[in-house]
Each structure stands twice: as C-alpha cells, then as structure tokens.
Ligand binder design. Structure first.
Ligand SMILES: Nc1ncnc2c1ncn2[C@@H]1O[C@H](COP(=O)(O)OP(=O)(O)OP(=O)(O)O)[C@@H](O)[C@H]1O
Ligand SMILES: [Mg+2]
Length: 588
C-alpha cells in the first residue's frame, strides 16, 4: 500500500518531499497567528468578545502543542525508536481546536451562521443556473461553427458588470433584500417605537423596550436606568441579557462625568469612540474608571425638555457588528420617544394615584360630616324641644327677661339645626346615600306653598312677592320635598339679597322640560362669581352675605337636587340690578 506507513499506533500517512517545509510553514503561521491574537486580546475590553477570543486562543494553542509533540516524535524516532511509543497528538489536538472554534461560532457568534448559509445558497443557485445555461447552449448550438465573439462578448459584459460599481450596488441590493442585518435592526427599532406608543403601563413599557431590544437586534444585554431622587443617581430599573452571567450594572451618580456629558450634548455616547475622538477623550480623561465600570457599547440618554430622566445602556450586537450611523440615528429617535412615553406613563401613574387619594379623602369627609351632623342633631333637638316647652309656659310663668333669653336659645337652636341639616343633606348627597321618591307634582300648589312660607322672611322689607305660572302645564313628576327645598332655597336667597323691589317666581313650559325661574331686584352677582356660585360653602364677599349668615350650602344642595331629577340649574345676574336663577325639570 502506498501513501501510508505502518507504525506502533497503526497506519499513518507517509511523508513526502514537501512534508517538512509545509509542517514548518504551518506551525510558524500558527505561532504568528497566536501572537497576533494575544496582542488583540489584551486590547479587547468587552467580556463578550474576550470569551470568544479566549476559546480561539486556547484552541490554537492546543493545536500547536499537538503539532509540536508530533514533530518532536518524528525527529526523535530517527535516533530513538522508542519515541514511536508516544501517542501522535496532532489529530486529536486539531479536533479539540475545531470543537472550540465551532463553539465560538455558534455560542459567541464569531460570524452569523445564517448569513453564511444564505449566501452559500445564493452562490450555489447562481452557479447552478449559469452551468445549466451553458450546458443547454452546448446542446443546441454548434460551437465549432460559432464565431468566438458570440461567447466572449456576453461573458465579458457579465464580468464587467459584476466588478463595476453597478455590480457592487446590485450585490448590495440583493444582500439588503435577502439578509441585510441592518434592515433587521431597523425593523426592530421601528417596530419597538410603534409598540411603545400604545402602552400606558409603566412596567410593561420598560419590559417591552429592554426585552425588545435584546431579543430583536439581538444584543448581548440591555439595561434601563431611571433617575432615583433619593439616591440622587440613575439606578437599574430593568435589565435583560442573552449571554453569560448577569449584566452587573452599577448606579450612575448624577454628578458623574457621564451624566454631565449626556446632559450637555443629549447625544448617544459610543464607548469605543471615547478613545478615538480626541475631544471626547479629553472630556473623559479624569473619569476613565467611571466609564470602564459601565458595561455597554452605547450609552443612550433619555431626555425630555432638556431633563435627563433615564439612561439606556445598550450591549453589543450578537452579530459582532458595530452600530452604524443610521442605526444610531434611529436609536436616538427611539430614545426620544421612550423618554416621552416614560414621562407619560409616570404622569398617568401619578394622576391615578392622586385621583384615588382624592376620592378616598372626599369619601372620608362625607362620612365624617354625616356622622357628626347626626351626633349634633340629637342634643340640639332637646334644646329646641325644652325651650319650646318653657316658652309655652307648661311649667309656670316666665319673667319678661326669662322669655327673651329662652326665645333667643330657641331661635339660635333652630338656626343651628337648619345649618346642620344642610350639611347633613349635602354630605348624604355626596356619599350617594340620597333616595328619590318620585310622584306627580302640582306646581301651582307647590309654588303657592313656598311663596307663603317665605313671606315671613320678607316682613319689614318693601318687597312684593309675585308669581307667574301658566294655568295649563304638562304633567310633571319628581320628588316633592326636594323640589320644594330648591324653590325655598332660591326664594330665601332672593329675599336675603334684595333690600327692596320685587321677587317673581315664573314657570315656562319648554318642549321637553319645565323651567322655573326666581328673579329678584337685589344686589346682583359679579360676572366672575357666577361660575363658583353652585360650589359648596361658597359665600360671596359682600356685606349682605356676611351679615346674613348661612352656610353657603343652599345653592350647592339645590344643584344636586336638580341634577338628581336630570335637570339643570344656572343663574343670570347684573350687579346692583338683580339676579335670576333658573332650573329645569325634565318632562317624563
Ligand atoms: N339672589 C341672589 N342675589 C345675590 N347673591 C346671591 C343670590 N343667591 C345667592 N347669592 C350668593 O351666593 C352665595 C351662595 O348662596 P347659598 O344659598 O349657596 O348660600 P347662603 O345663602 O349664603 O347660605 P345657606 O343658603 O346655606 O343658608 C350667597 O352667599 C350669595 O353671596
Ligand atoms: Mg341660601
């Protein structure tokens, strides 16, 4: 058998003339490569690339050692035959090398396997098509008879096309359509930007961003840091990683050089660029340690209205590519959007939080008022009741003075009770504990009753109390007591705030409601005050209101009652000329 020789370990390839020079050349090449690798390895500061390089380094070393052992055996065996007993290490060592290289390709993406496979497929297809065309042409054409120009010219044309700029552009285009990685990165960023616009929940938003970037681009890792006022630093809020252990990101202090730079420029900081760009390098001269502590390729500011609200740390692309200018641009746009979404989400959260607090406070207040008023009413009723008993002289005569005092006790008590009832009513309404008892209403009768019982209030004033109610009115239903209270409130106000003149209660039937109005010729209300009139505890700043007393709840309660009926209440007024209050009750 030729080409092999028999050894202690079995058949081995027989060495030819060129074996030794090739062996020397090959191992020199390996040593040279190893030196080169070690030198670059020392400059690499990314753990991801370092891991990758370590594998290749070790693999090369193993292969080299295997080769050297074999070489030593080979030389030694010429003088000491026992050297043949040493196992030939070359082949297993190379297998280990191949294994490590394979790991580095697949696990650490030495290059994108997908791209290699796709590219290979395309070249294979092209080769197949061209060969088939040539074979077919050979079958049908009589080559011998053919002028060679027919072959040379088109072939020359195709070749020129391929090497010309036109051809290169063509290839670029094919690449982009077929498997451009940039397009993948673009699409990811655009898609993310679209998705983020529609998310309001803060946590989910951040998750989408970080996760989307890491899985989509894909990246080694990505960290979102958010400003923490308590620690006055940017701290990790969300992180995600594809390779290796955790990201191990640290907080970035507000007074750090990095934050200052991001604040000043608002640009993405490319870490590699710090070394290459003298201007940036000078800026970070004093802060190298700070920068080294941050594991990221890109440091992206999240800024809103010149306020830095967050920082995005972007790791390396798994493909090993760098981020090109266009990608950086899109990333900056995305960062802008993220900052806005962040702010929106934060505001939204804050708003719903304070909203809930307000609701709770309002409910507590109503509860408090309701129980307080109830507690006050009980003793008050006995004050009023017993003073009435005394006044009626069931227990003997009173002196004139005693009567004055007790009448004062009785009147003040009655007034206080009225105030408390008002508060109680209002808080009951606020707490939503008020029921409506609907019945048919006779407005004529109701208005008569109210005017009559308001008469005593106007005693001693030069005032006419009039009404203008059409005889025929459409049937109307509502809660009698409440409508009566609305009217009484409006009437008592009109009388209270009118020194002299006339007060007119009128009713107008509208297509789908009845409108009741109370007009007076009193002090009137300023235009600005009209807007707050129906808010609780609103008493306008005028001498009459101050001296007349009251709680400022009358109109607020009336408004609630009107709204309970599904109607509307409003006022028109001119200062010193009078006011008109209207309310509507919808027809059923
Ligand atoms: N007809 C009116 N003319 C001028 N001002 C009025 C008139 N009606 C109400 N106001 C103003 O609106 C304020 C609120 O009225 P509202 O009836 O709610 O409270 P009040 O009359 O002061 O107290 P309460 O009715 O609870 O005893 C009054 O203090 C007054 O300043
Ligand atoms: Mg009032």
């Amino acid at each position: 058998m030729s080409g092999v020789k028999s050894t202690y370990w079995g058949w081995a390839p027989a060495t030819g003339l060129l074996y030794t020079p090739f062996f020397v050349y090959f191992n020199c090449f390996l040593i040279y490569g190893l030196l080169h690798l070690v030198r670059t390895y020392n400059d690499v500061d990314s753990s991801f690339r370092r891991n990758r390089a370590t594998l290749i380094l070790l693999g090369t070393l193993v292969s080299l050692i295997g080769g050297l052992i074999d070489f030593a055996r080979f030389i030694l065996a010429r003088f000491v035959p026992a050297a043949d007993l040493v196992y030939p290490m070359g082949i297993p060592a190379n297998m280990v090398f191949a294994l490590m290289l394979g790991t580095s390709i697949v696990r650490y993406r030495l290059f994108d396997v997908n791209v290699v496979v796709k590219k290979g497929a395309i070249y294979l297809l092209l080769w197949g098509v061209l060969t088939s065309v040539l074979v077919a042409a050979e079958q049908y054409a009589d080559w011998d008879q053919l002028n060679p120009l027919w072959v040379i010219l088109p072939l020359g044309f195709v070749m020129t096309m391929l090497v010309s700029p036109l051809g290169q552009r063509l290839e670029e285009r094919i690449e982009r359509v077929m498997f451009s990685r940039r397009r993948g990165c673009y699409e990811t960023l655009l898609d993310l930007s679209k998705r983020m616009g529609s998310i309001l929940d803060f946590g989910r938003l951040m998750e989408t961003l970080v996760h989307g970037l890491v899985r989509g681009v894909p990246l080694t890792h990505c960290v979102l840091m958010i400003y923490d006022a308590q620690r006055s630093a940017f701290v990790v809020y969300r992180e995600d990683a594809t390779v290796g252990e955790g990201v191990g990101a640290v907080a970035i202090r507000v007074d750090s050089r990095i934050v200052q730079w991001l604040n000043q420029t608002g640009r993405v900081l490319v870490k590699e660029e710090v070394k290459l760009n003298p201007e940036i390098a000078a800026y970070f001269e004093t802060a190298e340690g700070e920068l080294d502590a941050i594991k990221a390729t890109l440091i992206v500011p999240l800024k809103i209205e010149s306020k830095l609200t967050g920082i995005l740390l972007v790791g390396e692309k798994l493909s090993g590519d760098i981020f090109d200018d266009q990608e950086l641009e899109v990333l900056a746009v995305l960062a802008n959007q993220v900052a806005i979404s962040l702010e929106n989400a934060r505001l939204y959260e804050e708003l719903s939080e304070s909203n809930a607090q307000l609701l709770q406070a309002s409910r507590l207040k109503s509860q408090f008022l309701a129980s307080m008023s109830h507690e006050l009413r009980t003793p008050l009723n006995s004050i009023i009741g017993f003073s009435k008993v005394l006044l009626n002289r069931f227990d003997g005569e009173l002196t004139e003075r005693q009567e004055t005092y007790i009448r004062s006790v009785h009147n003040s008590g009655a007034h206080l009770l009225q105030l408390i009832n008002g508060i109680l009513d209002f808080s009951r309404i606020e707490a939503g504990k008020l029921e409506m008892i609907s019945e048919e209403l006779d407005l004529h009768e109701l208005i008569d009753e109210c005017v009559e019982s308001s008469m005593p209030l106007a005693r001693g004033q030069q005032m006419k109390l009039e009404k203008n109610v059409p005889l025929e009115l459409p049937p109307l239903s509502g809660d009698r007591t409440k409508v009566k209270q609305i009217l009484l409130n409006l009437l008592s106000n009109a009388i209270k705030f009118t020194a002299q003149g006339r007060i007119l209660v009128s009713v107008v039937a509208e297509p789908d409601a009845i409108r009741v109005s109370v007009a007076d010729t009193g002090i009137g209300i300023r235009e600005d005050d009209l807007a707050h009139l129906f808010e609780p505890f609103q008493q306008l700043d005028n001498p009459v209101a101050r001296s007349a007393g009251g709680t400022g709840l009358g109109l607020a309660i009336s408004k609630k009652f009107v709204e309970l009926h599904g109607g509307r209440i409003w006022a028109e007024s001119r200062e010193n000329q009078g006011s008109t209050f209207h309310f509507t009750l919808p027809l059923t």
